[in-house]
Write a protein that binds this ligand. Structure first.
Ligand code: THU
Length: 133
């Protein structure tokens, strides 16, 4: 089972995701996304979407946060909060990227205006029967 969801410091994660969303570089879609990822060691890593004139090169907030955490030496996670307006469930590529680091941590999607009406899953629920090498 996943670590129980009510031990996660959701308020800290939510605040961090909402704050980093404002740093998003999204001149094409204008859709800003922020993510805050909690390592099992208790540290928070943030990421935002970064778009590119060559649209397909754009990177999502969730993958930015994972890259940031892994670059700092962290590979085990408890939860990720994702802020977008309106709230958005992770895209397929991000689901695969998230589940690479475990099928049992929490994913919460929320909007900055109504952070308490969130949707929440585990990584495994978001991508059942996921690819493993
Ligand atoms: N986006 C994310 O950052 N995360 C998602 O899970 C879905 C989409 C970004 C990618 C692009 O910059 C913008 O949202 C519109 O698709």
């Amino acid at each position: 089972m996943a670590e129980t969801a009510n031990t996660i410091p959701w308020e800290k994660l939510t605040t961090a995701a909402i704050a980093v969303r404002l740093k998003a570089f999204a001149p094409y879609s204008k859709f800003k996304v922020g993510a805050a990822l909690l390592s099992t060691s208790g540290e928070i890593f943030i990421g935002c979407n970064v778009e590119n004139a060559s649209y397909g090169l754009s990177i999502c907030a969730e993958r930015s946060a994972i890259v940031s955490a892994v670059s700092a030496g962290h590979r085990e996670f408890s939860a990720i909060a994702i802020a977008a307006d309106p709230s958005a469930a992770p895209c397929g590529a991000c689901r695969q990227f998230l589940v690479q680091f475990g099928a049992k941590y929490w994913v919460r999607s929320l909007s900055p205006n109504q952070p308490d009406s969130f949707r929440q899953w585990t990584t495994g629920e978001l991508l059942p029967e996921h690819f493993e090498f």
